[in-house]
Write a protein that binds this ligand. Structure first.
Ligand code: ASN
Ligand code: ZN
Ligand code: CA
Length: 353
């Protein structure tokens, strides 16, 4: 819509109307553009921007109106919307505070596109509404988190030994907590908590592969870009490489922190997608001495997504995850298919029988 406000300021109000209901789903002032994001972790990328009143906002009307804000060290509210007189955000260095914002916008964009392209999922809630992202949270904060209550994503800059927590796998991990919360609702403790965490590691990894960014190529490591030492936070081929995660199920696994009990399902997913033994991605043992041949990320991801959105519930345990993924594989590929049999073999290989 063109026009003008009462004081003569020109308006370019865009209104997105739901074809079925006739209700307004979103509206924004300005003209949708493609800008440049000079990120810290992922190089120079394209990001959605909006030209409004002569400045470019880091706001993406093509992905549910996602916006990126600078908290400027604060811990609440939205700080300030990231804007620039040019259609370029960040310069690839941390001296420029829009660099981390460009990473966050890119992570939200790739996560949105991964779910949309792969599963037809229209945003975290599947309702077409984008979240928003906040960068420069607090001081020396070496973490990132999703919040259901604000429906928003938050990133710290990290402290000594860390870079900003804005890598692709972390963006995909955190926003996938929102997807889990709006689907299976896996309770964040005990075995269901480990499955919740693993779901985020799995889809964070699949977002990283989806983006196919040469500065941050896909791998089965979580957070490999975050520490100055280069050590990742977690390993999917053999989760115990972090010194704390479980490779194999046991009756005590549900007593571990959810970021360590997740190891069993991360290991399962690696075996399902890549297979056991040595490859360019790692070296994955099995808990029962078996050999597993992987079925690839696309089919492994489709099975996990269908299990999460159709069969898992808030109290799903590891035994329940085996049943859920077998049901999903049966739906997608048939009982007795190679995919179905590999799901069974990969769970047995992590001692979930
Ligand atoms: N970054 C952490 C996670 O997503 C935050 C938390 O502990 N929930 O797991
Ligand atoms: Zn998490
Ligand atoms: Ca990774």
């Amino acid at each position: 819509m063109g026009g003008a406000y009462a004081d003569g300021t020109p308006s370019e109000l865009h209104v997105l109307v739901d074809a079925a209901s006739g209700r307004v789903r979103d509206s924004w002032e300005g003209v949708q553009r493609e800008g440049t994001g000079n990120t810290f972790h992922s190089g120079s990328v394209t990001v959605g921007s909006t030209l409004s009143g002569g400045t470019y906002q880091l706001a993406d009307a093509t992905r549910g109106g996602h916006r990126t804000y600078d908290l400027n060290g604060g811990t609440s509210g939205t700080g300030t919307l990231v804007t620039n007189t040019g259609n370029v955000f960040g310069d690839g260095t941390l001296a420029n505070r829009q660099t981390a914002a460009a990473d966050a916008a890119y992570g939200a964009q790739e996560t949105w596109d991964y779910y949309k392209t792969t599963f037809g999922r229209n945003g975290i809630r599947n309702d077409g509404v984008g979240a928003y992202s906040r960068v420069h949270y607090s001081t020396n904060y070496a973490n990132a988190f999703w919040s259901d209550s604000c429906f928003c994503m938050t990133y710290g800059d990290g402290g000594s030994g860390w870079y900003p927590l804005t890598s692709l796998d972390v963006a995909g991990h955190e926003m996938s907590h929102g997807v889990t919360s709006n689907t299976a609702g896996l309770r964040y403790s005990g075995e269901s908590g480990g499955l919740n965490e693993a779901t985020s590691d799995i889809f964070g990894t699949l977002v990283e592969f989806y983006a196919a960014n040469s500065k941050d190529p896909g791998d089965y490591l979580i957070g490999e870009k975050l520490r100055t030492s280069g050590a990742p936070l977690r390993y999917m081929d053999k989760p115990s490489k972090d010194g704390a995660s479980a490779d194999c199920w046991s009756s005590s696994v549900g007593r571990l922190d959810v970021h360590y009990s997740s190891g069993v399902a991360n290991h399962f997913f690696y075996l399902l997608a890549v297979g056991s033994g040595s490859s360019s991605y790692g070296n994955s043992p099995t808990c029962n001495g078996s050999t597993v041949a992987g079925i690839g990320n696309a089919r492994a991801g489709a099975i996990w997504y269908r299990a999460l959105t159709t069969y898992m519930t808030s109290r799903t345990s590891y035994a329940g995850a085996r049943t859920a993924t077998l049901s999903a594989a049966k739906d997608l590929y048939g009982a007795g298919s190679a995919e179905y049999n590999t799901v069974a073999a990969a769970w047995s290989a992590v001692s979930v029988n």
